[in-house]
Design a protein around this ligand. Structure first.
Ligand SMILES: C[S@@+](CC[C@H](N)C(=O)[O-])C[C@H]1O[C@@H](n2cnc3c(N)ncnc32)[C@H](O)[C@@H]1O
Length: 492
């Protein structure tokens, strides 16, 4: 059925029209979350367009997952060159409306002596171009502007398979859009992407990062200081990245705004080495305080593995172990205590707590149980509202039981083939609970998830200092930050 779009207002800017059409579409059609439909706010689209260098004449522009074309329209209305646009949109209704928005942008540009030619491709962007990840032969675009869809794909999804080269663990479609876009850029071409922040550090994105940053050098990163600001329903921190297809480094402009209207953008310049770290993790430090903390922590040469320690994720996945997990039990005879996230509080482990099945049967569940030794227990997740990312408790073999159960929402730190001493256990927990570590962690991980990989990569101070923290905390009630300042001789 043909869709009759609202008429453009006299001299309406193309991006404003695309925005208005988007709002109108949402009045009669629910956004399809299975296609990751979140439309870019107008101010954000204009900010992205303004900062996208446009070379080539005509400039060949790609908008993959174009929706109503607000991003391409925002580029067109400030471009001083002609534009040849290729826009992908799989939703047939949106593709029809996109046609109307781009046609208006074309007329608008023509009135101002510039031309827009466009091709709307109603196909899956990843499947169409994934081969370019392997060959990258044609490089047909001068610029990409994208707010790609976000959702997790199963590894067997045809798109994940077509883009296998950049997939590690469970992929998110937005990273495939970014990787394929990078493959399609000519050398010197630029890509501007607004996406969740998870790729900046997440372990599942390591292959993506290797590929993407092997081709593209970041030039600008914009962060939104608070979640929820950009897309109301997306509970992920968003990040705007401008990157150039190039192997040459230059400084990176790091900017941030506290809200989505870009009225107060704070900017700082950083060298590539300060931003792009080991494993291509992005370190996004926004203030002098973040810088200072980054410097302190990165100067530490220790780490879990260097100290003969390891970290793993709790092996008990309750819904797969229902026959063993229960609300009551007889410890140590038939059952062992089962520790969940809810048992782990800063510097202490509360057990039992109500509302959680606190026991695991020992008979038959041997492979899920761990020897009752000293561990540092760390929550893997923080809620969106919690400021503190890292919450750790020392577990000093407290229960009278040969084995314990650790649930899958916890990571635990241990010494393979040996024991953590009580000082090490307490000291590590103090350090991990400190504002210093938390700030460091938050700045390089936009995720609310704390992965074992990220913990292994965390620099640590000398083991002797960690043990000193542990000794002090055993008889002092001072807050962890005070102990860290005292022992490490720094402001935390
Ligand atoms: C996050 S929305 C952004 C829309 C628009 N670019 C904007 O900024 O408002 C992503 C768009 O990609 C479309 N899309 C989802 N999967 C796609 C695919 N595999 N190929 C092409 N388009 C896709 C969705 O229908 C949706 O319109």
């Amino acid at each position: 059925m043909p869709i009759h779009l609202p008429q453009p207002l006299p001299d309406e800017l193309p991006s404003a029209y695309a925005h208005r059409v988007g709002q109108w579409v949402l009045s009669w059609k629910r956004a399809d979350k299975t296609l990751g439909q979140y439309f870019t706010p107008l101010a954000t689209a204009r900010f992205m367009a303004k900062n996208l260098p446009l070379t080539g004449s005509p400039s060949r522009l790609l908008d993959p997952g174009a929706g109503l074309g607000i991003l391409a329209c925002a580029v067109c209305e400030i471009a001083s060159v002609d534009i040849e646009l290729e826009a992908f949109e799989v939703d047939p209704d949106l593709a029809q409306c996109l046609e109307g928005c781009l046609s208006y942008a074309q007329q608008w540009m023509a009135k101002r002596g510039r031309s827009l030619t466009y091709k709307i491709r109603r196909e899956d962007f990843v499947l169409t171009y994934a081969d370019e990840l392997y060959w990258s032969n044609s490089q047909p675009f001068d610029a990409v502007i994208a707010n790609p869809p976000y959702f997790k794909l199963s590894k067997s999804d045809p798109r994940a398979r077509a883009a296998e080269r950049v997939v590690h663990g469970q992929p998110n479609i937005y990273a495939l859009f970014m990787a394929v876009s990078a493959a399609l850029l000519r050398p010197g071409g630029h890509g501007m992407f607004i996406t969740p922040r998870s790729y900046a550090a997440g372990q599942y994105f390591s292959r993506f990062r290797e590929y993407f940053f092997g081709k593209m050098r970041p030039r600008m990163v914009h962060l939104f200081e608070s979640r929820r600001e950009v897309f109301d329903e997306v509970l992920q921190e968003s990040l705007i990245l401008l990157a150039e297809r190039s192997t040459e480094d230059s400084d990176i402009l790091l900017s941030s705004s506290a809200n989505g209207d870009f009225a107060q953008v704070v900017q700082r310049r950083k060298s590539i080495n300060e931003v792009l770290g080991t494993d291509n993790i992005l370190h996004l430090s926004l203030t002098d305080e973040d810088d200072a903390i980054g410097e302190i922590v990165r100067a530490w040469s220790g780490g879990l593995r260097a100290y003969g320690m390891e970290t793993s994720t709790g092996p008990v996945v309750p819904f797969r172990a229902t026959e063993f997990v229960s609300a009551s039990g007889d410890v140590p005879f038939t059952h062992a205590p089962l520790l969940w996230m809810q048992n782990v509080k800063p510097m202490r482990c509360d057990w039992p707590v109500s509302h959680k099945s606190q026991y695991i049967r020992t008979g038959g569940a041997e492979r899920l149980l761990l020897p009752n030794k000293n561990y540092v227990l760390l929550r893997r997740f923080s809620t969106k509202e919690e400021r503190q990312r890292l919450t750790a408790a020392p577990y000093l073999a407290d229960f009278d039981t040969p084995v314990i159960g650790i649930e899958n929402h916890l990571n635990y730190i241990y010494r393979p083939g040996g024991d953590l001493s009580p000082e090490e256990t307490r000291g590590l927990a103090v350090l991990l609970n400190s504002s210093l570590m938390d700030t460091y962690f938050r700045r390089f991980s936009g995720n609310t998830q704390v992965s074992a990989t990220e913990l292994r990569a965390l620099p640590l101070p000398p083991l002797e200092s960690i043990m000193e923290l542990g000794r002090l905390s055993a008889y002092s009630d001072a807050p962890v930050d005070t102990l860290v300042t005292e022992v490490l001789g720094l402001y935390a």
